[in-house]
Design a protein. Sequence first.
Length: 577
Amino acid sequence: MNPVRTRVARLPAKTMTGIPGFDVMTGGGLPRGRATLLAGGPGSGKTIFGLEFLVHGTQKFHEPGIFVAFEETSKRLVANAESFGWKLAQLKPAQLGFIDAQPLADLVHSGDFDLRGMLAALEFKTGAMNARRIVFDALDVVLSILPDAAARRREVYRLHDWLLAHELTALIAVRAGADEMSTSIQPSHGFLQFMVDCAVVLNHRVVQGISQRNLRVVKYRGSSFSENEAPFLIGDHGLEVAVTGAPGRVGLDVTTERVSSGVARLDTMLGGGYYRGATILITGLPGTAKTTLGGAFAAAACRRGEATLFVLVDSDVTEVIRNLASVGIRLDRYVKTRRLRIISAHTFNGSAETHFSHIKALAREHNARCLVIDPVSNLSNSDSEFAAHSVAERLMDWGKADGITMLCTSLRDEMSSAPQGGSPLQLSPLADTWIHLNYLLQAGERNRGLSIIKSRGAAHSNQVRELLMSNSGVTLADAYTAGGAFLMGTMRSEKECAELATREGAAAAATLDRVRLDADEAELKVRLKALQVALSAKQVEKASLAHAVQTRAGDVTRDRAEMQELRGADATGAGCE
C-alpha cells in the first residue's frame, strides 16, 4: 500500500514594501516577480506609495528599482519627496532610476502607437541596473492616447508579458473612478484588476470637514490577506498603514511593579497603585475631576523622575496648569525642567488616525514612560464608531508594546444612568483599570464620588469614596454610611455632628453616673469602716467577758480548796455540808 502523501499549499513568494502596516496586511508585501495594480483618486497617495516602495527596496532590501513617470517629471518627484527625508538625490543611478515618459500636451495620435519603444529602453536600463522593482505611475495617461479599448487591452497585455518575462515586482498606478472622486477602477482599463495578481485601492475622502485616507486590498492571488479597509496616513516619513484588529498582547513582558496614582488614598484602594505599563481609564461627566486625577498622575510620575507626556484634546495648556495649581498640583515646575511635556491637540489637524500618529511621534521623541490623554473620547468626534474604536484599541496596544503607563480620560455617555454604560467608544473592556467618577446630589448640593469598577490582577476596594479637593491637594474621604445610605457633603457633616452630640451627651451622662457611683462607693466604705470598728469593739468586749468568767471560776475553785484545807478534809472528802 502506498503511503498517503499530504499536499502542502505553497505560498507565493513576496517582496516587502517596507511601508509600515501594509506588509502586515498582506502577510509579507507584494507578490514577487508579479504585477500589482494600485488604483486611487487624486491626492490618495499613489505616487508616494510607489516611490516609498522603491526607496525601501534599495535602502533596506538592496533591490534596485525604476520609476516610470507618465504624469510628473522626475525632477519634481525628487523635490516633492525631500519632505519625507528619503534623500533621493543622494541615491546612485544604479540604485534608483527615473524615466520621464510624459506625453506631450499637444500630442496628436497618428498611425500605430504601442509601448514597444519604451519597453526596449526599459529592458536596457533594467539590465544595466539589475533592477528588481519597477513602478509605472499614472499608466492610464498613456492608455488614454490609444484609440480604442482593444488597443489599450493589447498594450496592457504586452506590458504584463514583458514584466513576467523579466520577473520584476511591478506596481502599476492608475486613477480610480470616472469622476476622480470615485474609488472604483475606471471601466476603460478595469480589466487590469483581473490581469494582475494583486490589486490595491486607495481613497481620499472628507468627512465632516476632516480629511481621511483609507486603503483596501481587493485581491491577492494565492495568499490570504486582510480584506478590511484600513486607514493610513501620509506622515513625515511617508505612508503609515494602520493595521485594523489588534495584533494581540502575547509575549509582552508582564510586571508586578506598581506606580503611584498621585493620590495616596487612591493607591490604597487599588492595593498599591497602578501596574507599570497598564492602561487606566477614568470616566465621568464634565467637572467630575478627570483632568485633576490625570494631572495628579503626571505629577507623581515626574516626581519619580520619569519623562511624561500630557495631551490635552480640548483644553488650553496654560489654563490647565493654572487650574491644577489651585488644587496643589504644580505642573509648571516639571514643564520648566522638561520632564513633563504638555501638548494641546488643537495643534493637530486631521482625523483620529492623524492624532494617533502625532501622539506616538511625540511620545517617542520625548522618550515618555507615562502618557495622559484627556479626554481620549474627543479624539474621534468626526470619525465613524468603528474607526474610532480601532484607533483607541491600537493606541492602547501600542502603549503596552512600548511599556508606557497610559492614563486616558473619557466622557461617559450622558444618556446612561449606570457606570456600566461606559464611554461612547466602549473603551472600558480595553482598559486594565477603570475608575468612574460621578455626581451625587444630596441636600441641594453636588458632591463627587469615586469608585473602582475594575482593576485587573489586583484586589481593590469596592467602596464609593468622596473625592475632596482643596488648596493642599486631592484626597479621598473615608466611606461613610448611615441607615444603609452613602452620605457626602452637608448631609454627612450634619449626621456626623448629630452623632458627635449624641456621643458627647452619652459621655456626660456616663460621667455623672460615675460620680454618683463613686459617692455611693465612698459612703459604703465609710459605713463599712464604722461597722468594722463596732465589730472590733464587740469582739474586745466578748473577749473581756470570757476572761472575766474564766477568772471568776478560778477564784471559786481556789477558795474552795483553801476552805477544805482549813477544815481538815481529805482530798476526796466532801466540802461544806
